[in-house]
Design a binder for this molecule. Structure first.
Ligand code: HEM
Length: 327
């Protein structure tokens, strides 16, 4: 937890310093992104600039023997690792109806509490691959959406963006609306690199697989109460744990790791890394989520960043959002 706090404070000082640079185009792209999210969704004090609506739960992770062969990380050594998990809806709207199409991609963020007192995080969503490959494209996508409200003259800025970035509509097609946060599959999208005990490296992409995947139709989603996902999870946990399998898709030599819009071929092997068991809702999720900061680049020996540029952009943007929502 301490490491997370220090990182966030250092990052916020750095990035707020960037604000004084003047012209928007001179600002760090991460600052432009969070500003664009605040413009698109409005400013909601105390809430995340994206994935604002969520629910916090707790449990543990226990790795499979296969995981220890791929990575020397302490989370994969087979011991029971306590976790804090936050499920979320997309957008910076704290009151978005859970069944809205805009609430997808849904998210899962996992904080593994390590024996030495540090944490390591994973932040996944329900896109099978990402709409854009760089921070600049992510910013431009947000600005294009903001500039294209209903009734805007055609072709809109968004039409133009979609034309030049076909990965955006393709990624949107991979989304569905789940009947429960427990019945959704989540993807890491960005590549990370496992390092084994002998120093051998293996690029991977995470998959968090549910026991069953249940997507509902738009008509069914429209009839659901606005908080059905947030309310259902604690109710489900009152009757028993929710289980996921953390898996890793393994890249083959030559597979690129820097472009999250391009999934690896489906025949790449998928290894079961272990079981995530969620068994407890927290008493005050609203309060708990304020203090939590999940960073995709907060890693532990045995797991390294790839050359995917989104990882650093995300770390910096999440720290800026955290610093704003903590004020
Ligand atoms: C350029 C790319 C991206 C940017 C700039 C971005 C930005 C953000 C920001 C600013 C937040 C709020 C963080 C906070 O206040 O704690 C956030 C939350 C989140 N993002 Fe991203 N994001 C990006 C890509 C992704 C990807 C690739 C995934 C998943 C594969 C993802 C999943 C999530 C999730 C699950 C949350 C909520 C985390 C939580 O529960 O605290 N994002 N994102």
């Amino acid at each position: 937890m301490l490491r997370t706090k220090h990182l966030a404070i250092a990052a916020s000082i750095m990035w707020f310093a960037g604000m004084s640079l003047g012209h928007a185009e001179e600002q760090p792209v991460e600052l432009q992104i969070v500003n664009a999210q605040n413009k698109l969704f409005g400013v909601h004090p105390g809430f995340r600039s994206n994935h604002a609506k969520g629910v916090v739960v707790e449990g543990h992770f226990k790795a499979s023997p296969e995981a220890a062969k791929l990575s020397k990380s302490v989370i994969f050594n087979g011991s029971t690792i306590p976790v804090t998990v936050r499920f979320s809806d997309s957008t910076g709207l704290p009151n978005i109806p859970d069944g809205s199409k805009k609430a997808s991609p849904h998210g899962i963020a996992i904080k593994y509490h390590l024996p030495d007192g540090n944490d390591t995080d994973m932040v996944l969503n329900s896109f099978k691959f990402f709409p854009v490959a760089t921070g600049a494209d992510f910013r431009d996508m947000l600005l294009a959406i903001a500039a294209s409200p209903a009734g805007a003259p055609k072709p809109t800025k968004l039409d133009a963006f979609i034309k030049s970035h076909p990965s955006m509509p393709a990624a949107l097609k991979t989304l569905g609306t789940p009947d429960s946060f427990a019945d959704e599959e989540y993807y890491g999208v960005d590549a990370f690199v496992f390092v084994d005990k002998a120093g051998k490296k293996q690029p991977v992409r995470y998959i968090m697989a549910p026991q069953k995947l249940v997507h509902i139709s738009t008509e069914e989603a429209d009839k659901k109460p606005p908080n059905y996902l947030m309310d259902e999870l604690p109710q489900r946990l009152a009757h028993g744990p929710v289980v996921f399998h953390l898996k890793a898709q393994l890249a083959q030599p030559g597979d690129q790791t820097k472009d999250a819009t391009k999934p690896w071929p489906a025949d790449r092997p998928v290894v079961d890394l272990g079981v995530l068991t969620i068994d407890k809702a927290v008493p005050d999720s609203m309060e708990a989520q304020k203090k939590l900061l999940f960073l995709p680049g907060q890693l532990t020996p045995g797991i390294e960043k790839s050359d995917d540029p989104l990882i650093d952009v995300r770390d910096n943007a999440y720290a800026i959002s955290f610093s704003r929502r903590s004020q």
